[in-house]
Structures are given as C-alpha cells and as structure tokens.
Ligand binder design. Sequence first.
Ligand code: AG3
Length: 300
Amino acid sequence: MLRTIASLSLIATSLIAEQPRFLETLYDSWGQSLGISEEIVRHKSDQQDLILFQNPMFGRVLALDGVIQLTEADEAIYHEMMVHVPLLSHDNPKSVLVIGGGDGGSLREIVKHPQIERIVLVDIDQSVITFSKEYLPKLSDKAFEDPRITIAIADGAKFVAECKDTFDVIICDSTDPIGPGEVLFTSEFYGDCKKLLTKHGIFVNQNGVPFLQQDELTKTLNNRKPHFKNVGFYTATVPTYVGGPMAFGWASDKKYRVAESVLHQRMEKLKTKDFFYYTPAVHKAAFVLPNYMLKVIEGK
Ligand code: AG3
C-alpha cells in the first residue's frame, strides 16, 4: 500500500513537472502553483515584473512581481465586492477615485452606477493598462471608453498628496504592501486620502488574506485610526488569493448601517443587477468577521 502511494506521488510530481508552471512567491514556505498552457506576455516595466498567461482552469491570469493579481475565473468576486459595497452603501456617490486597478476590473463595475459623474483612475504602471486592454478585454469590458473616466499614470501616494479635487468614494485596488504598493498602506497615505474625501466619504482597499497576513490588519487599524472615526473590515473569498477569505479595509467618518432593503432599492437603479457574487445579503454578511480576525482587531 505504502509503495503504491509512493509511486502515485512520483507520478503526480512528474506530471506536474511536464507542464510549465507559475509558482506564486508571496509566502516563503508555502504557495500555489498554476499550470501555464500558454504564456501571453512577460514584461519588465520600470515598476514591476508582469506576466500574463493562460491556465486551463482559471483562464487568463495576471501576476505582478510573482503575485497573482487576478484570474478571469474569479476576478468578479473581488471587483464586485471592492466596488459595490462602498458605492451602494453611500447615499449619493457622484465621484470615485481608484488607486491602482489598471486592469480595468474596478472601472467595469463602477460604470454600472449611472449616478456617478466623475471617475479618476491613478495607476503607477502604464503597462498594466496597455496589456490588460489588449489581452484581458473582458476585464474592463470597454469601460476605459466611458467619458466619465480620467486616467493618470502616477504614484498613487504622490497623487493623493497633491490632488485638489474631492471624492465621495476612494477605492485602493492595489498590490500587497511590497514594492510599489507599500506606500499605499501608510498613515500618511490614509491621511491624504481622508483630506480628499467629502463629509460622508468612504475609503476601501484590498487588505490581504488575514489568516496568513495578520499584520496587515493591525497595521491598517493603527495607521487609519488617527484619521477616521470608523475603521473596519469586510471579507470575500477569492479562490486564487489563497489562504482563507480576503479582507477589504473600510474607513469613513460616518457610521454606515444600510438596511438590506435599501441596498436592494439602490441595486435596482444599476445598469446590471445580476452579479456573480454580490447580493445585498452577501454585502451585510461580509461585515461579520470570524473570531480569529476579531481577536487581532481587538488586540486580544
Ligand atoms: N490586487 C490585489 C491582489 C492581492 C493579492 N494578494 C494576496 N493574495 N494576498 C488585485 C488587482 C486587481 N484589480
């Protein structure tokens, strides 16, 4: 029996070895690997290493600096939760600032909100926009052509420090706090975002996978508390952000407790009402956190 298991595992290893694989480098001692059925782009920009490839199960995959940013199969979970949770919570959002998000997935969801008048997207890396438009057209689904959008290629932290506009919602659709994404998790950056927000403004960001990146929760709390009255998290499970649910950070001065019925009414006004993941009930439930996260948040 033991022999059979040993020979089976050898077979598995050799099968894996035959197909080129992408090995995610986010964690030192554990990680996911995805088969590459076709390599589409490999590019070294001034900012980061970009790879785009085809995987038989997840479709096209985009990774930056060795970390998976999205796959065609599960990106909708992330982008819907990143966008509709703040935009449907806010009473009347008219303007949105997106930091990062050059792939266009967040833009695709934002343009479904007809009352939004002005959208600014700031990405540090033009190549993410260029390659996503060309090889991931479903991501933006022509959202880049929407006349409400202005694109700026700039460092997000510098941009918010110098910006004179205000926004109802700021969405930080960034990489992890490694490399160019690191400044987007600092107290200075959160303070600068706060200055750009209108009175009832909401800031949200991707805040890592707390089971594996606990320190991101603590740092985020400490760096935001000086600037916002309400600081919290909500979660969604995105299969290729492995290791448990992903946390989204929430910061606002106003305390938001929007009833599910109100979320339903607001959703009725959207261009698309049928989502892959988002429903008003999921929205509400996403703020219910498991105890291992609460303990970190409460410092226990
Ligand atoms: N940016 C978030 C990627 C997070 C990966 N991190 C992780 N698995 N801990 C996605 C950009 C998509 N617009």
